[in-house]
Write a protein that binds this ligand. Structure first.
Ligand code: PMP
Length: 368
């Protein structure tokens, strides 16, 4: 560490922050008060009233003076049933971001590399860097599909411990075809992590690789979250499904009792309402189609989406100006226009029909 001035008592005050962190800029979407919030891909609807009732009843039975179940037995077993795997294949954490962090703490770190293909979810890079893991980034193709020649080039040069995919990919929207995921798995030298935060919107899932137990299944981890389709972003709950050895590795770096009792209960109860979740997904998918059809009539470039958001690029006006016009109309979308590979792009989350109408009206007003 560089020499630091000391005061008369020999103290040197707060230590400087790790130098490798200083260069990292945070990943934060604006949290401003607006009437129509379409910037963070949450569900516009809360969980069903029966879920709240069951949660309130269950909270009363929690022994809050005791530590929670460290093994997260009930929730892992309910998730295992949902995905037709064994509970030893499930690891839960405080949001899927913490799942990603656990994977990187367990397998990444100094002198180890993670590979990813941009544009993609920016936290893969960010969390890797925070854990001291080197990041090697390849580029997706111009239409944001995976470029398998580029994937081969990056993976053979970097020999990463973890290869990240995000499917459907945030913020571009498309799910990678399962054949592409399998091709990446075949090329990846080690662990493949498929972030499926929006998995229920997609026509297929990499969970099929795990259930098929085909080649590479033991090197595949699929990450999911309760934040989107389960309408529980406020609860901070995510999980992975993988080989038991991956789960044990994540458990090694998790803090004791990291998943509180109320959250474990909230997750278990959510899984009783699969039909309601699927109905929300169906409603949002229909609305996504309606937004896409309207965008087709406006001077914007758009990309097809298998998720609950749509990426678009205004063609005749600066993205930042459009973003500001929308904000003035009390509609908040995500400004991705400065992100690598996404120059001039904005991303809108699919909301309720009335919210989407407000967005489309404000966008037309700004563009025409
Ligand atoms: N992965 C992806 C692709 C996401 O878009 C998000 C949320 N923005 C997350 C993971 C993190 O979700 P959470 O931590 O709320 O589970």
């Amino acid at each position: 560490m560089a020499p630091v001035d000391r005061d008369a008592d020999g103290r040197r005050g707060l230590p400087p922050v790790r130098p490798d962190l200083v260069a990292l800029t945070g990943y934060h979407s604006a949290q401003v008060e607006v009437e129509v919030r379409l910037n963070t891909n949450e569900s516009p609807l809360p969980p069903p009233p029966e879920w709240y009732e069951a949660l309130l009843a269950g909270l009363g039975a929690i022994e809050f003076n005791r530590y929670p179940d460290r093994e997260v037995t009930e929730l892992r077993s309910a998730l295992a049933d949902l995905h037709d795997v064994r509970p030893e294949q499930v690891f839960c954490a405080n949001g899927s971001n913490e799942v990603l962090q656990s994977l990187l703490l367990a397998y990444g770190g100094p002198a180890r590399t993670a590979a990813l293909f941009e544009p993609t979810y920016t936290l893969h890079r960010h969390i890797a860097r925070v854990t001291g893991t080197e990041v090697v980034a390849g580029a997706r193709a111009a239409d944001f599909a995976l470029d398998l020649v580029e994937v081969a080039r990056v993976l053979s040069a970097a020999d990463p411990v973890i290869t990240f995919l995000c499917s459907p990919n945030n913020p571009t929207g498309r799910a990678d075809p399962i054949a592409d995921v399998e091709a990446v798995l075949a090329m990846a030298p080690s662990l493949l992590v498929v972030d499926e935060a929006y998995g229920q919107f997609a026509p297929w899932s990499s969970l099929e690789i795990l259930s098929g137990r085909g080649p590479g299944a033991e090197r595949t981890a699929v990450v999911r979250t309760f934040s989107k389709t389960w309408s529980m972003a406020g609860a901070r709950l995510g999980y992975l499904v993988a080989d038991p050895e991956v789960v044990r590795a994540c458990e090694m770096v998790a803090l004791p009792y990291h998943l509180d009792a109320a959250k474990q209960l909230a997750g278990c109860l959510a899984l009783r309402f699969v039909d309601a979740m699927e109905a929300r997904v169906a409603m949002l998918t229909e609305e996504r189609g309606r937004i896409a059809a309207s965008l087709a009539g406006l001077p914007v470039e758009t990309w097809p989406s298998d998720a609950n958001f749509i990426l678009f690029r205004p063609l005749q006006k600066e993205a930042r100006d459009v973003w500001t016009d929308l904000l003035e109309a009390s509609v908040l979308v995500r400004d991705c226009s400065q992100w690598p590979g996404l120059t001039g792009c904005l991303r809108v989350t699919v909301g309720l029909p009335g919210e989407n109408d407000r967005f489309l009206a404000a966008l037309s007003e700004s563009l025409i």
